[in-house]
Design a protein around this ligand. Structure first.
Ligand code: SAM
Ligand code: SF4
Length: 406
């Protein structure tokens, strides 16, 4: 493991008194810098007093410089401290799985054979989700994606979206297979949903039915149209490419993005399928997708947040965008800002974590919000450096995608 003091963000947290070696070698001694060390703080204090007398508003910089010296802040609970892992990554993105149930059986996700669903009482209640998300928003979570299983099969998800919005979640999105979307969309928008991702693995009806093991192509296409006609933006459509199954449709999907002016995202198949059929030959690398699309239409890179999973491109000559999500061939773990809450109340620090961490028993026991916040900090501190899919000793997690929430 790399030493903690190589991560400036971690040091910033350490400097606020939450553990760590903040004043380590990275901080210059007071002689070489007038603003650090004990003398520096005294100097700043007298300068601040002088400034406060002469200026009605203290400069914003004081708020930052005096954090380490503030007694109030030092005594703050961890519950309100931003979530930073030991590698300095700030965690602000939460995926919430609201169910392990799904009305599809996509070949790359679920098995054709019925799995055992979790018992109803094992699933978190809406109130329990709300309490946890509230605690997490207080710790800096600003993006929440509601997922599953299929989130729209759980009754009450619209009300849950409204409750999340009231908590102050800034970016509230949902990933859905789209089957039930047409009838539910207005309520989701009214509840405050900001964005939507809809899965569509083939533009060919027969093949779609083969992939999802359902006969719902027309409903899903209608769901995409309804989303386009709504106020939700951007509308993103996700396709997991599997070699020999739908990889012949890369150009057709790109054409679909251009015609419909949507974001078409290509996701590399990951070893999270229930049948354990994944192998490298079945995965279509994002570089191949880029090469094939850019050979037909010039692509222009779109600026994205470093922690975003997709590398984004727009078409030089039309509307529409493509997103390439390459967790296998171009892992983005170094900038990961995500944690995941499963439907049975487990917190996961990575899709590929070997273990998850039980929060449900804390929620159902006497723990206070502060204690739960402390537990979350301790869990995030264990976030893995990366997923290790490409390591020779990689072992797929026991939970598959439908149980984790994508
Ligand atoms: N049921 C919803 C849906 O399909 O959109 C939400 C849950 S699903 C687990 C979330 C996302 O994970 C979907 O975009 C799906 O295509 C993707 N996914 C499922 N299994 C996958 C796998 N083995 N590799 C890559 N992506 C996968
Ligand atoms: Fe269901 Fe989504 Fe998995 Fe397909 S990808 S089986 S729709 S959870």
């Amino acid at each position: 493991m790399l030493p903690r003091n190589r991560y400036p963000c971690y040091q910033a947290r350490g400097a606020q008194g939450t553990g760590g070696n903040a004043r380590s070698s990275r901080w210059p001694p007071s002689q070489s810098s007038p603003w650090f060390g004990k003398e520096g703080i005294q100097r700043l204090a007298s300068y601040r007093d002088a400034t406060l007398v002469s200026s009605p508003k203290p400069p914003v910089v004081w708020a930052f410089l005096f954090v380490p010296a503030s007694k109030d802040l030092a005594s703050r609970t961890k519950k309100n401290m931003p979530l930073l892992d030991k590698f300095g990554r700030q965690i602000y993105d939460l995926r919430v799985s609201v169910t392990d149930r799904c009305n599809f059986r996509c070949v790359y996700c679920r098995s054709a054979n019925p799995e055992n669903n979790m018992a109803e009482h094992a699933l978190l209640e809406w109130d329990e989700y709300e309490r946890l998300v509230k605690i997490l928003v207080g710790m800096g979570i600003r993006k929440v994606r509601v997922t599953g299983g299929e989130p729209l099969v759980r009754p009450g998800v619209e009300e849950f979206i409204a409750r999340l919005k009231k908590l102050g979640v800034q970016d509230l999105s949902m990933t859905t297979n789209g089957h039930l979307l047409v009838d539910r969309l207005d309520a989701l928008v009214a509840a405050g949903l900001d964005r939507i991702n809809i899965s569509l693995d083939s533009l060919n009806k027969e093949k779609f039915e083969q992939v999802t093991r359902t006969k719902t192509f027309d409903q899903v296409m209608a769901g995409i149209e309804a989303a386009r006609a709504s106020s939700l933006r951007p509308v993103k459509v996700n396709a997991v490419l599997v070699r020999g199954l739908n990889d012949d449709e890369v150009e057709a999907f790109a054409e679909f993005a251009r015609e419909k002016d949507i974001v078409m995202r290509f996701i590399e198949f990951m070893p999270l399928d229930a049948d354990r059929a994944w192998n490298r030959d079945l995965m279509v690398p994002a570089a191949e997708v880029y090469k094939r699309i850019s050979a037909k239409w010039p692509l222009i890179p779109v600026v994205h947040e470093r922690s975003e999973t997709a590398r984004k491109y727009r078409f030089a000559d039309s509307g529409g965008e493509i997103g390439l999500i390459a967790p296998v061939t171009q892992p983005f773990c170094g900038h990961c800002s995500r944690i995941r809450l499963t439907a049975d109340g487990k917190l996961r620090t990575c899709l590929f974590s070997k273990d998850d961490h039980d929060l449900k028993s804390l929620l159902r026991g006497p723990a206070t919000d502060r204690e739960i916040g402390d537990a979350i900090h301790a869990i995030v501190d264990q976030k893995e450096k990366g997923h290790r899919i490409n390591e020779p000793d990689f072992v797929a997690p026991s939970r598959t995608m439908v149980f984790i929430g994508g």
